[in-house]
Structures are given as structure tokens and as C-alpha cells.
Ligand binder design. Structure first.
Ligand code: 5GP
Length: 199
């Protein structure tokens, strides 16, 4: 029997901080923590699978989802829509399953307003210099995109004080351990377990 209530975990961090790698490692093999698959109007990248990485859709359908109130939050980011479908989240939380969102800082702020119990975690690169080195190491990223991502990274890092936890991804194993530890500690919160006392 599960004794913990489901919690909503929100992970943000600049492009190149290593969010996907860390999330995949933390989620692998767990049935008590699910990744929230966002909807987006951006084109799939090589290797991305519809329904696994994102629900890929067009602008008309996305705007219909907004109108129908199907999204917990959404943003327009680099000419594409990104949004978090609310129904699977509510269903998972109801069953005591934790949910992990990978969303940018504006959307994360809106989630916090809508669901103040959400646990906010920021994954940062060790430095902007290291982030630049990582972005330049990605073969497919043109120079102007590197510059705009670095500019955005600076803006995103200014939002770090809004987050409950800061994980610095200097080493992937350490970052995975820290994120797993945060999730475990939040599950053990007294407020998360009071219902076992009938409260
Ligand atoms: P990418 O296009 O590289 O997959 O994602 C671009 C940015 O959009 C990342 O910072 C990612 O965290 C963010 N993102 C992905 N899904 C969502 C979402 O549903 N809502 C918001 N607000 N941001 C998202």
C-alpha cells in the first residue's frame, strides 16, 4: 500500500544544463515517479518519439487545448507553444504517483501559482563558461542560437531564488543523486504523510 501522497516536482534549467539526461536517469525503473509529457508545436528532433518526449501537435490544436482548459500552464518559447496537460497530472497525483515536469522558468512560476505545493528544483550548469562549452560541443547548434541560448540562460539563472532547491550539474552522477534525494526527502515530509494518522 502506498502511504505517500503524490507530489508535483518541477525541474527547470538552461538548455545545455543536462536536464534530459538527469531526468532519464532519475526516472528509470521507478513506478512511483512519472515524467509529464508536454504538448508542443515545435517539430520533433531526431530520435524524439511522439507521446514519449512530447505530444507533437499543430498550432490550431494547441490553441484548442488552451481554450478547453486542458493545460496547467503554457508558454510561447522560440516561436513554438509548449504546455503541460493537466489531466494526466491530476490522475497520477490522485493515485499517489509523483510527477516530474521539465519546463522553463516562466511556466514554472505559473505552476507554482496554480499549485503552491509544487516542489521547484533548478538544475544549473557549474558556470556560464561551462554551459557555453557544452552548447558549442553540440554539433547541430548554429552560432546565433548559441548566443541566444546563453542570453536566455542568464535570464533563467536570475530566477534561481524562486526555486526551493538548486542542483549544480558539475557531475551527472552527483546531480542524479541530489535530485533523487530531494524527491525522497519531499516524500517523507510529515505534511505528506499525515493521512496515515487519519488526518
Ligand atoms: P526543447 O525545445 O529544447 O525540448 O525545450 C525548450 C524549453 O521548453 C526547455 O527549457 C523545456 O524545459 C521547456 N518546456 C518543455 N515543455 C514545456 C512545457 O510544457 N511548458 C513550459 N513552460 N516549458 C516547457
Amino acid at each position: 500500500m502506498r502511504i505517500d501522497k503524490g507530489r508535483l516536482f518541477v525541474l527547470s534549467g538552461p538548455s545545455g544544463a543536462g536536464k534530459s539526461t538527469v531526468i532519464n536517469r532519475v526516472i528509470a525503473g521507478r513506478d512511483d515517479l512519472r515524467f509529464s509529457v508536454s504538448a508542443t508545436t515545435r517539430a520533433p528532433r531526431k530520435g524524439e518519439v511522439d507521446g514519449v518526449n512530447y505530444h507533437f501537435t499543430d498550432r490550431a490544436h494547441f490553441e484548442q487545448m488552451i481554450e478547453n482548459g486542458e493545460l496547467l500552464e503554457y508558454v510561447e518559447y522560440v516561436d513554438s507553444y509548449y504546455g503541460t496537460p493537466i489531466k494526466p497530472i491530476l490522475q497520477s497525483l490522485e493515485k499517489g504517483v509523483n510527477i516530474l515536469l521539465d519546463i522553463e522558468v516562466i511556466g514554472a512560476g505559473n505552476v507554482r501559482k496554480a499549485m503552491p505545493d509544487a516542489v521547484m528544483i533548478f538544475l544549473a550548469p557549474p558556470s556560464l563558461e561551462e554551459l557555453e562549452r557544452r552548447l558549442r560541443g553540440r554539433a547541430d547548434v548554429p552560432e546565433e542560437k548559441i548566443i541566444s541560448r546563453l542570453e536566455r540562460a542568464k535570464m533563467e539563472c536570475q530566477k534561481i531564488p524562486n526555486y526551493d532547491y538548486l542542483v549544480i550539474n558539475d557531475n551527472v552522477d552527483d546531480a542524479v543523486n541530489e535530485l533523487s534525494a530531494i524527491i525522497l526527502a519531499e516524500q517523507c515530509r510529515t505534511s505528506n504523510r499525515l493521512h496515515v494518522l487519519g488526518e
